[in-house]
Ligand binder design. Sequence first.
Ligand SMILES: [Zn+2]
Length: 356
Amino acid sequence: MTSTTGRVPKQEQERASDEIIEVAPGVLRAQLPIDFTGLGHVNCYLLEDRDGVAIVDPGLPGLSSYKVLRRRLASAGFPIKRVHTVIVTHSHPDHFGGAGRVQHESGAQVVTHQRFRLMWDPSEPPDVDVEDLPEVAKLLGRRFPWDPTPWDGKQMAFSWKRKLALRASRHLPRLMRTPTPTMRLNEAETISLAGRDWVAIHTPGHTEDHLCLFDPTDGVMLSGDHVLPTITPHVGGLSPMADPLATFLESLDKIAAYGDDVSVVLPAHGHPFSSLAARAESIKQHHVDRLDQLRSTAEQIGHPASVTEYSQHLFSARVQGTMADSETYAHLEHLRRLGEMTRQTEPSPYRYVLVD
Ligand SMILES: [Zn+2]
């Protein structure tokens, strides 16, 4: 794959391969194409057992991705009816998107973390005192991804077709075939796949409902988007978590602790790798550096500045936009919660300044 800037694409940006490869005992990797936030593919892992196959993260919603999924399954020797389980690592469309259709076609069970919840789901999340949530979180379920962000009003670009589909799916979930989880795993619960038991590890941060699965027998870690090999997972501010960045960093420590027992990490994007603790540490360091960069930027600016203004200092022109702003917002809120910054909410947009 070539890019217009001549940069070598990162592993996660490579085009989906049509090869099926064995990446761990009884675990095959298929890749599905995505054109989403600059990524080129999502890894869909196939876990084979006597009853058929479990698939992890079946790609984007829509028929074209589903057709590729069926082709990949067929080339691995599995008709769709053999899929007995769909595991969804978290509530982003490149991961849950195909799950509803597979569930409909094969009757597969859909396995998620206990907290799995689509962003526009109007029901309240279970076991949460809404009054305790940050103000942004109170908007979740009442907002769509293209609604103005709470910090600067900038909107995400969506075609009218996708808007219509999402709006309709809020009232008629069957329309977009959003998945209905039939098994919600709690921390440390196990599930039997590929002939062995996998342990559920809740790793909130990238999303609040992020799930990793660990097989202690062969040392296989399905890491979803929590730990990726060469890019740092997005940590956004639009979240039901009070401090998504702090939560993400804690979840990195949590997963790093498995390091010695892990022989292979299977991420949702990019290639398998083995150095889990080292990779988690370097992702953590990236955020530590970014926080330092924010502190010095704030000093340099010297007056209350908006999220977008900070974002322009932090990110290159190539990646400016809603996602960069959202990530900057998460970092600014983290510094505010540490007591290092204050936030002015009036007049709009939010402005942040260092505490003297
Ligand atoms: Zn992803």
